[in-house]
Design a protein around this ligand. Structure first.
Ligand code: B12
Length: 209
């Protein structure tokens, strides 16, 4: 696996979309989400670390992220036509431009039969308006930067003051770096990766896993 990650990193750094795609196609373990979690994420983390250490340019981090975003769209189908009985849900990135994690979670949930709205990137006030208008009961939030994560506390206070009963599920790097942060910002659950989302949503919405 280390070799595969290293080759994938090299393809991303040289902007070789075709070879990155070929590695994905040749990956035999099912389901394809395994490739995302065991190759794409570690590869992006390596590139991000290389950038922090001055080895790579931010443009390389950016292009690596874009190539991976395109691959993820290809891997994960837009969704099963059969939607599950479920509370009204939406997903967004809060005050942050790191969209890849949200894209993966959204696609995976749709592929698993859930129906949910994709709000894209939002700020707190607009998000409160959307949640209220759409009658959202489960709100999934992705953030990759600590200041964005801390805004969830403010969001929660606004929802409570409007008497809106919304379960908040969070994910992203700040929550992986600090495993108590999700509780501190008032979230109801946290997922370390996209695969956990299905069971967490079922359990917080009272469904059977
Ligand atoms: C790629 C990347 C970028 C790309 C983003 C491209 C894109 N389209 O997304 C670019 C170059 C644009 C970028 C920009 C910046 N970045 Co950046 N970036 C990264 C990097 C290397 C990887 C992020 C990524 O895409 N990972 C892959 C995805 C798939 O993983 P993920 O988001 O964690 O998602 C998975 C899980 O967390 C989970 N998940 C995520 N969200 C959710 C939500 C729910 C509900 C659930 C259930 C699960 C879940 O499921 C996903 C799949 O398993 C990280 C390093 C890191 N360790 O994360 C830094 C990182 C996030 N960036 C960072 C910074 C500082 C920046 C910049 C400020 C840099 C700058 N000086 O300009 C800007 C800010 C942009 C902005 N305003 O938002 C810091 C944040 C530090 C902090 N604590 O706040 C990090 C941590 C790097 C670091 N160590 O310093 N970045």
């Amino acid at each position: 696996m280390e070799k595969l990650i290293e080759n994938f990193v090299q393809s991303l750094l040289s902007l070789d979309r075709l070879s990155a795609k070929k590695m994905l196609e040749d990956f035999t373990s099912a389901p394809k989400i395994t490739f995302i979690e065991s190759v794409v994420i570690p590869a992006l983390e390596k590139i991000g670390k290389g950038w922090q250490e001055g080895e790579f340019a931010l443009s390389q981090v950016y292009m690596a992220g874009r190539i991976c975003e395109d691959l993820v769209y290809e891997i994960l189908p837009s969704g099963s036509p059969e939607r599950k009985d479920q509370p009204k849900m939406a997903i967004c990135v809060l005050s942050d431009q790191h969209k890849l994690g949200k894209t993966i979670v959204y696609s995976l949930l749709r592929a698993s039969g859930f129906d949910l709205l994709d709000y894209g990137t939002m700020e707190v006030d607009d998000l409160v308006v959307n949640v209220r208008q759409d009658g959202i009961k489960v709100l999934l939030i992705s953030v990759l930067m600590l200041p964005s994560a801390l805004k969830i506390r403010q969001l929660k206070e606004k929802l409570v003051s409007l008497d809106l009963d919304v379960k908040i599920v969070v994910g992203g790097a700040p929550f992986r770096f600090d495993n108590k942060l999700w509780q501190e910002v008032g979230a109801d659950a946290m997922c370390a990766n996209a695969s956990e989302a299905v069971s967490v949503i079922r359990s917080i919405s009272g469904g059977v896993e």
